[in-house]
Design a protein around this ligand. Sequence first.
Ligand code: NAG
Ligand code: NAG
Length: 494
Amino acid sequence: MKSRSDEILTPKMKRMAFLLILLLASSSSLIADSQTIVETLPGYPGPLPFKLETGYIGVGEDEAVQLFYYFVESEGNPDEDPLIIWLAGGPGCGTLRAFFYEIGPMQIQYGTYMDNVPALQLDPNSWTKVANVIYLDAPTLTGYSYTKTPEAVRSSDTLSASQTAEFLRKFVKTHPRFLKNPMYVTGISYSGIVIPIITEELYKGNDEGLEPIVNIQGYMGGNPLTDKTGDINSRLEYAYRVALISAELYESTKKNCNGNYAEADSNNLQCMLDIDEVNKRVGDINIQQILDPDCDAATNLVRGGNPIRTGNRKSLRGNPIKMLPARSFMKDGFCRGDYYNYATLWANDENVMRALNVREGTVKEWLLCNLDMKYNYGKPSMPSYEFNIRSSVVYHEKLSKRNCRALIFSGDHDMMVPHVGTRNWINSLNLTITDSNWDAWYANGQDAGYKTSYAHDNYSLVFATVKGAGHTAPEFKPVECFEMVKRWFANRPI
Ligand SMILES: *[C@@H]1O[C@H](CO)[C@@H](O)[C@H](O)[C@H]1NC(C)=O
Ligand SMILES: *[C@@H]1O[C@H](CO)[C@@H](O)[C@H](O)[C@H]1NC(C)=O
């Protein structure tokens, strides 16, 4: 057979066939080139005791957007455990933040160095013990992700959602071993806007016959920004409930502003005066965790209650997704922002980038959060990002008609995206309460928060508070959050 076909091929055809084979070979090695099995990492002694893969998947027109990911295979049962994607929020926050501080397999040993970088240790509460986790740097210029053209840089809520959905379908295509695992779209904070859009897009793509069919089963969001106006407005009621403002001021503000503070009419003097009074009382509160010391955004020093500075920073109308900037020094007192600096140090080390197989010359500097994308309430866009979805509630509504599971959890000490607003939009879905209604749930025999379960046909949603946790709940309550998701992934009551 072979010799016969050889006979009928002219030399020119042979050359073409050879070229074709070369082309095919190079494209398949390209796929291999964009995935790296990482066996060791600077800062950690010896081989990693879990399976880490890093790589890029191109999305968008001409695959000009090269999204970088870290994939950790489940340390439990990788063939059966869910496949989840985790989105860090911002938009524009590098997923290493989740990897080191929230749900990842490693933590930083503060103040200890190895291989000239902050030393790493294992995290006993890593979600990778029960799930295959993709930590994605998205959208566009987040973390180590980059674009092949300047035009491809600019993203938006809708574009980032569709590119992440595209990423997921391509991911399982190149990792067919995980095609059958139940897939969940998960994340925190600003990703609340895109999570339901991505999830709905995956269901829709399956309906339309996109290949490969993905086994999408649902989604999860932690203190997820969802209805931008409603979530910000709910800060007032939250401040009242946790005794930061008086009942009288709460009632007066509510009445004078007609329940609208985020978009309050600046000609309404009574309302403006009330908001000023509210801001005087919450201005020195750490919005991400009301019990943490307030740290000045510019210096990360613990702030005293200096009345002169009151009111020139945070307000009910202030930026709702505030990330602490990176600085390279530690001062007395506890500022969470100082801890994030270690990730920045680690991620900008040349040997780290080499170990992760970050493509040379693609990223000048790794940033904890890309400030050109960061959400700013009231602004329609930032240089690299357009905030074109005001509320993603309608996508939750669409998903409530699907065969779909959802888990929404709220650190109850977060004033940035308070549980009050989250409960409001969940209520607006008109679901039926099923087996629990603000019942306690437990971790290590202790009350870890409260849960309510809802259903509508084949859709189920569990809402849970995480008692004592701030905005990024797993960072504050790792044991409790790990217990919660372990049960939820296993289809058990949390
Ligand atoms: C929920 O019920 C209210 C009142 O009946 C109705 O106005 C609203 O459209 C319903 N929302 C959904 C998502 O069905
Ligand atoms: C729920 O799912 C089952 C099984 O997939 C299906 O037969 C049924 O029609 C669904 N019900 C609704 C109301 O969508």
